[in-house]
Design a protein around this ligand. Structure first.
Ligand SMILES: [Zn+2]
Length: 121
């Protein structure tokens, strides 16, 4: 079973018009994982035992509709290391992942590459 926190098969759908390199999913998963770590710390600092969407960086004031869900919800509880996981956490992480991918596609394009790579994240 994969340890990825993101759904690898969906990356290509999100990065439309690009190829995605083999290590992109792993790198994106690592970014999501560290966002969860930060979110857990923030909840902790606010004396909350529940990690919420608002604890995820860069996700305030995003009103975009992100069609594809990139986050493996079943893995969140484990990734949050025992903290409670609010229902909106997965949505906030999905937003975060989409923003990272969007930036990566823009970087690949700026470098005239058709393949989005881990280093673009
Ligand atoms: Zn968003």
């Amino acid at each position: 079973m994969s340890d990825l926190l993101v759904v690898k098969a969906k990356l290509k759908e999100v990065c439309q018009g690009f190829n995605v390199s083999g290590e992109l999913a792993e790198a994106l998963s690592a970014k999501v994982s560290s966002a969860i770590d930060d979110a857990v710390k923030r909840a902790d600092a606010n004396s909350r035992k529940t990690v919420m969407g608002k604890d995820v960086p860069f996700c305030f004031e995003c009103s975009a509709k992100h069609g594809e869900n990139l986050i493996v919800k079943a893995k969140l509880k484990e990734a949050a290391k025992g903290a409670n996981v609010a229902g909106d956490l997965s949505e906030a992480l999905n937003c975060y992942a989409h923003q990272l991918l969007k930036g990566s596609c823009e970087r690949a394009e700026a470098n005239q590459r058709k393949t989005v790579m881990a280093k673009d994240l």
